[in-house]
Design a binder for this molecule. Structure first.
Ligand SMILES: [Zn+2]
Length: 141
């Protein structure tokens, strides 16, 4: 196991809160709400969420595992979300547990395992024309 960066240490910059080496909350003084959904083994509520977001004209962020992108039953939903302009990104190809919930200062995966898993997730996003930045892949010819 490899120690994670600044485990549990909270810091702030421009009213944002960082913990465990990542952004936990953006500017806490701004009145913004960002809707984020994740998908892995299940797709319960996907249709409903999409319908409500469309009806209300609200953008959202979706982070799906590679398994979710690969599942034939999710293709229609993913295409609809993309067409409506929502941000779609990775959520680990195989939904690896990076660190124990009770012992966050030690990683459970190596850098190589993490990188390989993430690259596999990007490959599944590319099937839907989504780049690793979550943007449409530009065709060069
Ligand atoms: Zn997850």
């Amino acid at each position: 196991m490899v120690p994670a960066q600044d485990p549990g240490k909270t810091s702030s910059l421009n009213h944002a809160i960082f913990r465990y080496g990542g952004l936990e909350r953006s500017d806490t003084t701004a009145k913004n709400i960002y809707l984020t959904f994740t998908g892995g083994d299940f797709n319960d509520g996907g249709k409903w969420i999409n319908r409500v977001l469309k009806r209300k004209g609200v953008p959202a962020h979706f982070f799906f595992t590679g398994d979710f992108y690969r599942s034939p039953e999710n293709k229609k939903l993913i295409k609809k979300l993309r067409k409506q302009g929502h941000y779609l990104g990775p959520h680990s190809d195989k939904h690896l547990l990076y660190a124990s919930w009770t012992n966050r200062d030690s990683l459970l995966v190596s850098k190589e395992e993490f990188t390989s898993d993430l690259l596999n997730n990007y490959k599944e996003m590319a099937v839907f024309g989504i780049s690793k930045q979550g943007l449409p892949i530009q065709k060069t010819d």
